[in-house]
Design a protein. Structure first.
Length: 154
């Protein structure tokens, strides 16, 4: 297991990398199968995902809803653009807080690495302001908590 690494490129991109001790197939499936997504993509402790709709195919839609007794809730909607099983997912997403954020274009690769997988996620935001808001939201902490949980699921 490795820690999540977050870097920025120019004023619109965020790149997240993390190594998992699991095959690319297992990590990819955890990103596309609703029954697995609901088990790990929860952010910090205290959150649940009562709604997880994921139609993982080009043109397919997704909707993930989270709730927390102390912090309320929010949701993400999006569309899949391209899926190459076990190696690449391209999608567009927007968070609803409650108003939707600008589109975030995301490419996630699952590269084999010995007995594990390097996940490389590259987010493209519309402008520097949108990227700054995303970075200030605490996303890094929430993603790392989710990926630690993912290690136990796969």
């Amino acid at each position: 297991m490795s820690k999540l690494t977050l870097t920025t490129e120019d004023d619109r991109h965020i790149v997240i990398t993390r190594r998992f001790k699991a095959s690319p197939e297992a990590v990819y499936r955890a990103h596309t199968e609703p029954s697995l997504i609901q088990r790990w993509m929860l952010g910090p402790d205290g959150w649940t995902m009562p709604v997880c709709i994921c139609d993982a195919r080009p043109g397919g839609k997704f909707r993930y809803e989270w709730i927390n007794d102390k912090a309320g809730g929010f949701y993400i909607t999006g569309e899949f653009v391209e899926l190459k099983p076990f190696s690449r997912i391209v999608h567009v997403e927007r968070m609803h807080l409650p108003d939707p954020t600008p589109d975030n274009h995301v490419e996630t690769r699952f590269d084999p690495d010995g007995g594990g997988t390097w996940m490389i996620m590259r987010m493209t935001l519309p402008d520097a302001e949108s990227r700054a808001k995303m970075l200030a939201s605490g996303m890094e902490h929430g993603m790392e908590a989710s990926y630690v949980r993912l290690e136990t699921v796969i």
